[in-house]
Design a protein around this ligand. Structure first.
Ligand code: PLP
Length: 413
């Protein structure tokens, strides 16, 4: 196999501008949480139109901090989709709480009707996940938690729970920064929203995450911002920067907090990424999605994903192509063949009940038939800034070259 062009799945966009900004942060004399992190928080808040954003060292930390802030504890339940990355449920387990899994819909997102059925008097939070960058039905989810009958079931144990008086909606928007639901950006669509800036995500800081605060009255957003920041820094009343002011050494620790703050080195990457995100990155990603869909929608063998509708606009994070009528084993064989042609593809995601950590906790994939069906026929195609039209064409031709294999599979099934 000569002259094979290797196409990676999802490399980050690292160019001279990023390197220059990181160098400047390094030379500035301040490398941990400081002015660049605070500026990045404000820029994200402006971009998604929320009053306050807290930056952290990962999206997972953001989800866990949000749950800890709300005070979920043993005996409570938190509703998550079965079809997601493990982080969504792992953070629930860390809090000593049982994740209650529900199945998803054909658009890969949590099935809102099943949320309703899964709510009990122990439910404290719902974590909808905007899979592949496509927003969930937030109006429907917000309507459920605000429904008087659901509110009357809710049992508040902490001051935060009493204040909200209902189930918390905590969006896992690890994939969906920049996506829109009814002309509003993710981050502003429910109580708390968490972004991830991990290396493979749309907007990266290598590792990183953020919590967007959009809690309703009577919550004081500034107060919650400082509570979350304090929680992310061992419960310390002053951060390292504040303590550098001459004579400003004394601090208190108000609770045994966590350690998950963002550094200014990483924020400097995020500032460059965000500046060119909407007009450059999202435009490019949409073009890639459009290229794939314009071809694959012409063939009966393929099912293309929904990424735009009247109310929704994706952030074009993952392009989940599905093959009609094949089995999980056949999908794996196709991925093998694609890899042999030098194209990096992936599967998003293995449903949680199929992973040892959750299988051993008693979850069964048979209870989530839609999740299994989506997973078993799914192949995620490469989507990233530096993917050229020539490379897109190679990906397309590689997939189309499998038609004979797919037809053989279907004849067998
Ligand atoms: C990546 C991801 C996370 C976790 O983000 P990190 O920043 O890696 O901690 C959470 N949920 C989903 C769905 C993800 O894909």
């Amino acid at each position: 196999m000569n002259n094979i062009m290797l196409i990676p799945f999802s490399p980050p966009r690292i160019d001279d501008k990023i390197i220059a900004e990181v160098s400047e942060a390094l030379r500035s004399g301040w490398i941990t949480t400081g002015p660049r992190t605070k500026k990045f928080e404000q820029k994200i808040a402006q971009y998604v139109n929320v009053p306050r954003v807290v930056c952290l060292n990962s999206g997972s930390a953001g989800l866990e901090l949000a749950l800890r802030w709300y005070g979920v504890q043993e005996g409570d339940e938190v509703i998550v989709p079965a079809y997601t990355y493990c982080a969504t449920a792992n953070v629930v387990v860390h809090c000593g709480v049982k994740p209650v899994m529900v199945d998803v819909r054909e658009d890969f997102n949590i099935d809102v009707d099943q949320i309703k059925a899964a709510i009990t008097d122990k439910t404290k939070a719902i974590i909808p996940v905007d899979i592949a960058g496509y927003p969930c039905d937030y109006d429907e989810i917000n309507r459920i938690v605000n429904d008087p009958e659901m509110k009357s079931k809710f049992q508040a144990h902490t001051p935060e729970q009493k204040k909200l008086g209902r189930i918390l909606v905590l969006s896992d928007a690890a994939h969906s920064i920049g996506a829109e639901y009814k002309q509003k950006k993710t981050g502003s669509l429910c109580d708390l929203t968490v972004f991830s800036f991990h290396a493979v995500k749309n907007l990266t800081t290598a590792e990183g995450g953020a919590i967007c605060i959009a809690l309703p009255e009577p919550f004081d957003t500034d107060e919650i911002y400082s509570e979350l920041v304090t929680k992310s820094l061992h419960g310390q009343t002053k951060d390292a920067l504040a303590k550098t002011k001459p004579g400003n050494w004394r601090y208190d620790v108000v609770e045994p907090g966590y350690k998950c703050n963002m550094t200014d080195i990483l924020a400097s990457i995020g500032l460059v990424e965000l500046e060119r995100y909407e007009q450059d990155m999202l435009v490019k990603r949409k073009e890639i999605f459009d290229s794939y869909s314009s071809v694959f929608s012409q063939y009966d063998l393929f099912e293309v994903p929904e990424y735009e509708s009247e109310n929704k606009k994706s952030s074009y994070h993952v392009y989940p192509l599905r093959i009609k009528g094949i089995t999980e084993e056949q999908r794996d064989l196709l991925i093998q063949k694609i890899a042999e042609q030098g194209v990096g593809v992936n599967v998003h995601f293995i449903p949680l009940p199929m992973l040892t950590a959750y299988k051993s906790r008693g979850y069964r994939i048979e209870d989530f038939p839609v999740s299994y069906d989506l997973y078993s026929r799914e192949i995620s195609l490469p989507v990233y800034y530096d993917l050229t039209p020539e490379m897109i064409n190679i990906v397309i031709q590689t997939i189309l070259s499998l038609q004979g294999d797919i037809k053989d599979f279907l004849n067998k099934n």
